[in-house]
Write a protein that binds this ligand. Structure first.
Ligand code: SF4
Length: 291
């Protein structure tokens, strides 16, 4: 198996075989993200090379492999023909695998279009992990996400219509103290339109070497504290009508919320209200992320 540059995968892919298809991120502009800021540049590996890695993995792990994740950032941006050949080979080599997944931002979902997404679904792509981060246009522009709210909604729906599961990431606190409530309200509204299969919560932690950390240090961006983040989470959950599986499977979060909406809404709100009774000093301290 050959890897180049940082290899990130969602926590839900912890048990997955990781087979690298691209290096870097073709966007690489999000102001909160440090992953590929020092390189490597975005590059798509030749399908033949990736298939060799799949063959090596088959020889090594055999039928133990049940899920496969193809790093790196925005693998969905790779040419459809390349991805299709890799997915077909993965299905042939790992008939026991029930899930093949990649990262893909709204912009690259829209670039693919529904026809190519359907081709990828037929080749075996089950799920795309999408960074929505926020449904608030001002925040999306400020963090340089590369797609506005309407593009995010169109992309999220397109994925589902093409028959691919949508696992959407929301970043609590990314609007800072000032935009906390509107971030929550606009994000809930966007999620109600997208109706993703999963909503996964992360809490903004400023990362080394990023433009957003510099804004935090100069006071231009005021971090939201634990109680504000919990209040933001409350507004988000309270205003969600879509039927989604909500997870907070990340070390940055102040509490662990998990369940099905709308069924578990009251339980989740009660859990947040309990957490809001705790003094802020009992939650994890502020820190600067280094990876
Ligand atoms: S699209 Fe993802 S990997 Fe690329 S810069 Fe943004 S957060 Fe980082």
């Amino acid at each position: 198996m050959r890897y180049e540059g940082p290899i990130y995968r969602p926590p839900s892919e912890a048990d997955s075989l990781l087979v690298q298809v691209t290096t870097g991120c073709p966007h690489n502009r999000c102001s909160f993200c440090m992953v590929y800021k020092k390189g490597p540049y975005y590059r798509v590996r030749p399908a033949t090379e990736v298939i060799e890695d799949l063959e090596t993995a088959r020889a090594q792990f055999g039928s133990q492999v049940r899920t496969i994740f193809f790093p790196a950032g925005n693998t969905l941006a790779a040419p459809t023909k390349t991805l299709e050949a890799i997915l077909v080979a993965a299905r042939r080599l790992f008939p026991e695998a029930y899930r093949l997944t990649v990262y893909g931002s709204a912009r690259y979902i829209l670039d693919k279009g529904e026809v190519d997404l359907r081709r990828l679904a037929q080749a075996g792509l089950n799920r795309v992990h999408v960074g929505l981060e926020s449904g608030h246009d001002g925040i999306l522009a400020a963090i340089r996400k590369g797609a506005d709210r309407s593009e995010q909604i169109r992309a999220g729906r397109m994925l589902k219509e093409a028959g691919v599961e949508n696992s959407t990431y929301v970043m609590l606190g990314i609007g800072g103290q000032g935009l906390s409530s509107s971030h929550a309200l606009e994000t809930a509204a966007a999620l109600n339109d997208i109706e993703p299969d999963y909503v996964r919560l992360r809490t903004f932690v400023p990362k080394e070497g990023t433009p957003l950390l510099r804004k935090v240090q100069t006071g231009e961006f005021i971090m939201a504290g634990p109680h504000t983040i919990l209040g933001e989470t409350r507004i988000l959950v309270e205003n969600m009508r879509a039927a989604v599986r909500l997870r907070s499977d990340h070390y940055t979060n102040y509490i662990n919320l998990s369940g099905e909406l709308p069924h578990d809404k009251d339980r989740m709100l009660a859990c947040i209200d309990d957490a809001l009774k705790r003094p802020e000093s009992t939650f994890r301290p502020f820190f600067i992320g280094r990876e």
